[in-house]
Design a protein around this ligand. Sequence first.
Ligand SMILES: *[C@@H]1O[C@H](CO)[C@@H](O)[C@H](O)[C@H]1NC(C)=O
Ligand SMILES: *[C@@H]1O[C@H](CO)[C@@H](O)[C@H](O)[C@H]1NC(C)=O
Ligand SMILES: *[C@@H]1O[C@H](CO)[C@@H](O)[C@H](O)[C@H]1NC(C)=O
Ligand SMILES: *[C@@H]1O[C@H](CO)[C@@H](O)[C@H](O)[C@H]1NC(C)=O
Ligand SMILES: *[C@@H]1O[C@H](CO)[C@@H](O)[C@H](O)[C@H]1NC(C)=O
Ligand SMILES: *[C@@H]1O[C@H](CO)[C@@H](O)[C@H](O)[C@H]1NC(C)=O
Ligand SMILES: *[C@@H]1O[C@H](CO)[C@@H](O)[C@H](O)[C@H]1NC(C)=O
Ligand SMILES: *[C@@H]1O[C@H](CO)[C@@H](O)[C@H](O)[C@H]1NC(C)=O
Ligand SMILES: [Zn+2]
Length: 477
Amino acid sequence: MTSKLLRVSFMLAALTLSVTFSLQSDQPKVLLVSFDGFRWDYLYRVPTPHFHYIMKYGVQVQQVTNIFITKTYPNHYTLVTGLFAENHGIVANDMYDPILNKSFSLDDMDIYDSEFWEEATPIWITNQRAGHTSGAAMWPGTDVKIHGSFPTHYMPYNDSVSFEDRVAKIIEWFTSKEPISLGLLYWEEPDDMGHQLGPDSPLMGPVISDIDHKLGYLIQMLKKAKLWNVLNLIITSDHGMTQCSQERIIELDQYLDREHYTLIDQSPVAAILPREGKFDEVYEALAQAHPNLTVYKKEEVPERWHYKHNSRIQPILAVADDGWHILRNKSDDFLLGNHGYDNALAEMHPIFLAHGPAFRKNFTKAAMNSTDLYPLLCHLLNITALPHNGSLSNVQDLLISPTPRASPNTQTPPLLHGSVKPRENEQDESYAYFIGVSLGSVIVIVFLIVLIKHLIRSQIPALPDFQAEISQPLLQA
Ligand SMILES: *[C@@H]1O[C@H](CO)[C@@H](O)[C@H](O)[C@H]1NC(C)=O
Ligand SMILES: *[C@@H]1O[C@H](CO)[C@@H](O)[C@H](O)[C@H]1NC(C)=O
Ligand SMILES: *[C@@H]1O[C@H](CO)[C@@H](O)[C@H](O)[C@H]1NC(C)=O
Ligand SMILES: *[C@@H]1O[C@H](CO)[C@@H](O)[C@H](O)[C@H]1NC(C)=O
Ligand SMILES: *[C@@H]1O[C@H](CO)[C@@H](O)[C@H](O)[C@H]1NC(C)=O
Ligand SMILES: *[C@@H]1O[C@H](CO)[C@@H](O)[C@H](O)[C@H]1NC(C)=O
Ligand SMILES: *[C@@H]1O[C@H](CO)[C@@H](O)[C@H](O)[C@H]1NC(C)=O
Ligand SMILES: *[C@@H]1O[C@H](CO)[C@@H](O)[C@H](O)[C@H]1NC(C)=O
Ligand SMILES: [Zn+2]
């Protein structure tokens, strides 16, 4: 009887201590997932049980203000740098840099010129420079050499590779002998179908349901790999989508001679490079052209867009109102859904959900800026953030143990908030560590007491029966 009790208490002690020490030595794990074009309110369009499962056991932010222009490449680069487009340099999906005399085009997949990406340093590189490893499954820019590096593991971009195959890679990298600490996973939908069908189409219902199934698959695979409870998972997107119509088209040919300018980026933010000596003519013609087109000289672009101080931003910017489409003439491609508009419009806003050991449970936050994700990621990864335009303090309430800062009234500049204070991270874990060590120690002491008693009793023949009752509940525990 006593030896049974001894074995059980010894096993419990060993287990508690080993769990505690493995918890301590574990690298942080963060998986960032983007479902392109997943508008914030798609969550409520059809049942999305897997998204709601994350909300219930994690956190949600209802309105995320992304960056202008609300296009795919500019916003994905903001998520991993915390910078506005004018600061990270990916100012559009289609760009021309007059200093480099080079073009960048998502439409032609001509995006591999490193120089376009090197005005910033994305988080996977900073993570690697800090001695950790990263893995990326199709996240925009992760198959481009930036400042001489690729992610430790990455997949060359190929939109034919299934979601399941991308998830398999991510799981493989997180569970390998040298596990990654940062994973990045990208999926093209519901953006593609949103463009084709328009977000108001009832056919978007099944498209959103399919994304929910894909999220369910990811959760299932993370659970199977025993990653679900140890990994911090963030589900977000780059932008929303708005309904367009053949009735809301602005045709530039009606106002401008094609010989007088080059159209670098088309709709809904037309980036216009006038020919030599044609600036005034083009600007005047466009400024009065259409009530649903607002035309800015580059230096007059509103401050709140932070979209001015970069040579890749063209001299004239013509911005369409929500739901209006800019074409040269009706032979150009028309889309029933589009994005790129003013980032103050709710239609342009993405989703933001997170789950994991660092995050609170069943917590909803009203609003955040997408630039705040970067300092949050750096905090979770325990790496020092580079200068950026977000602030960790804006999103710290999403975390389980928001460390109280010096004083809530102290206004610290954003850069200071961004820099990682490892102490905060340690506090989370040291709590678990403390409980583990205490429990382990208590059990070891009990073990020693029982052992001593056993040694004493082995000299005395009679063993009291009640010890059987003690060992029973211990076995069931
Ligand atoms: C820019 O590059 C093009 C070829 O891509 C070339 O024809 C043109 O002369 C270059 N312009 C300048 C100013 O160097
Ligand atoms: C893209 O992925 C598909 C599906 O896995 C594969 O059949 C195809 O060969 C890949 N294309 C390239 C260029 O690697
Ligand atoms: C388009 O312009 C008209 C006239 O100024 C205005 O009434 C309408 O609200 C605008 N549409 C949008 C979507 O802003
Ligand atoms: C649009 O412009 C192109 C080039 O000038 C021309 O070939 C085409 O016929 C035009 N289409 C329409 C619908 O006007
Ligand atoms: C989640 O929080 C809401 C209120 O914020 C509460 O009504 C609900 O019961 C909570 N759900 C769970 C599962 O704790
Ligand atoms: C977003 O950033 C702006 C400018 O820094 C700031 O005024 C605003 O409070 C931020 N919004 C949130 C929800 O943190
Ligand atoms: C954004 O951050 C960059 C890098 O720190 C900085 O140069 C820039 O001035 C910031 N922009 C704003 C509007 O604060
Ligand atoms: C965070 O990083 C520092 C070194 O930069 C390290 O000393 C510390 O142990 C790390 N904390 C955790 C919780 O991993
Ligand atoms: Zn996108």
